[in-house]
Design a protein around this ligand. Structure first.
Ligand SMILES: Cc1cc2nc3c(=O)[nH]c(=O)nc-3n(C[C@H](O)[C@H](O)[C@H](O)COP(=O)(O)OP(=O)(O)OC[C@H]3O[C@@H](n4cnc5c(N)ncnc54)[C@H](O)[C@@H]3O)c2cc1C
Length: 384
């Protein structure tokens, strides 16, 4: 059904795609994905099976226990996992991008040697702790403080919407270490164990992302050793920015896979559902909706793998990353919305995956850089 041989994948990449696709069909069929979401259970059993296959190490250099592949492969895995359940791909990218790529990009050699082999083996989960109650889009406005105390730092503050920190072995915690410096200059990152004394985690009820979920976190006199400083002291903002394109790329790959799943669900429903004596897929208006959805998913995939190749080539792709994240997340939203229309009243029931896509797609236009903030960035690139 999915004719994507023409995305320029090599034979090895096609083999990887088919292997992950078969795994997803077997391990996380539609009914199981709906159950994780409705019962609010994280797909940890599937994560562990995937870890055993070595997929967590795909983009980790071989010297640290990985396969040393690139962003095209990372995109293929995320797209296919997300076809089964978006939050499974999110679990995967927190480990491979927020965890592994933070270490690869700005971690110390000792940190790489300590953590990368564990991540590659799928024995280590990570999360990202940036957003605060008063600092969302204006991320440089964070107030969580880290104050030096000998060879430790003492951390106090509050974070919100911290996804899967309750499952993580370490979180990338964004703190303010120099309050007298300009906002972007006094920020430092720490790789913190969420089970440390003084960390309190409370699950938040949300419309979307109900399987893995998100949390409110408070830090009260949490002691963190200076060896867990990630990158340079007060250089955290610059480090965050270097990883941003990889995060936006990951989100683009994930929403492309989820949009494909929504399209396939609507297509099947339209062929099965009979009204006025014929399948509703025979009505031209439904055919055009499906054609529009197909066009949109095709465009999302092109944007995603164009970005993957730029990342693999190591060229500057800040603008392309913003464009891909805005376009693909808005495509996912549109495809899910049309999918709801095609499924009619049944779209509202938990018997079909479409209502999950409708909810999850809404988040993807807000999280990881909202459509407005990314349009600001694209406008800036136009010299505005
Ligand atoms: C389910 C879920 C999971 C999440 N997971 C994580 C996570 O794991 N880690 C993490 O750190 N964060 C996470 N987030 C936080 C997410 O990244 C933020 O919600 C997002 O960055 C927006 O911040 P905000 O919600 O405070 O909105 P605000 O920044 O208050 O924005 C509100 C509205 O104003 C608009 N706006 C703000 N400033 C401007 C501007 N300058 N120009 C134009 N429009 C503007 C925004 O686009 C938005 O529409 C998660 C959020 C959710 C809901």
């Amino acid at each position: 059904m999915r004719g994507d041989r023409d995305f320029g994948f090599t034979d090895e990449q096609l083999m990887l795609r088919d292997t992950v696709r078969d795994f997803v069909r077997k391990e996380i069929p539609d009914a199981k994905a709906r159950e994780y979401d409705h019962k609010k259970i994280a797909p940890l059993d599937v994560f562990d099976k995937m870890a055993a296959l070595g997929w967590l190490g795909i983009a980790i250099p071989e010297e640290y226990g990985g396969s040393g592949l690139g962003f095209v492969e990372l995109g293929i895995v995320q797209e296919e996992l997300s076809y089964g359940l978006l939050e499974l791909a999110v679990l995967y990218y927190r480990a491979t991008v927020h965890g592994a790529h933070s270490l690869i990009t700005y971690g110390s050699e000792a940190q790489r040697r300590k953590y990368l082999p564990l991540i590659a083996a799928g024995k280590f989960k990570s999360s990202m702790s940036l957003t605060e109650p008063d600092a969302g889009s204006d991320a440089a406005g964070i107030r969580t403080r880290a104050v030096r105390d000998g060879d430790h730092f003492i951390i106090n503050g509050a974070k919100i919407f911290n996804s899967q920190i309750d499952l993580a072995d370490r979180t990338v915690l964004v703190t303010r270490t120099d309050p007298s410096a300009p906002p972007h200059k006094g920020i430092s990152l720490f790789f913190v164990d969420p089970k440390s004394p003084g960390v309190t985690i409370e699950r938040i009820e949300t419309l979307c992302f109900r399987s893995v979920g998100t949390n409110r976190v408070t830090y009260e006199n949490v002691r963190v050793h200076q060896d867990d400083l990630l990158g340079t002291l007060n250089g955290g903002w610059k480090h965050l920015m270097t990883n941003l394109n990889k995060e936006r790329f990951s989100l683009a790959a994930q929403v492309t896979g989820a949009a494909q799943a929504a399209l396939d669900c609507a297509l099947k429903y339209a062929q099965d559902r009979v009204q006025f004596g014929q399948p509703i897929a025979k009505f031209q208006v439904i055919q055009h909706k499906l054609a529009d959805m197909q066009m949109a998913v095709h465009a999302a995939r092109l944007l995603t793998y164009d970005l993957a190749r730029r990342l693999d080539a190591g060229v500057d792709c800040r603008k392309e990353a913003s464009i891909a994240k805005v376009m693909t997340s808005e495509i996912y939203s549109r495809v899910a919305d049309e999918g709801m229309q095609i499924l009619g009243g049944y779209s509202m029931t938990p018997d079909f995956q479409m209502e999950r896509h409708y909810r999850d797609s809404r988040l993807m236009r807000i999280g990881g850089g909202s459509s407005e903030i990314l349009r600001n960035s694209i406008a800036k690139d136009l010299g505005l």
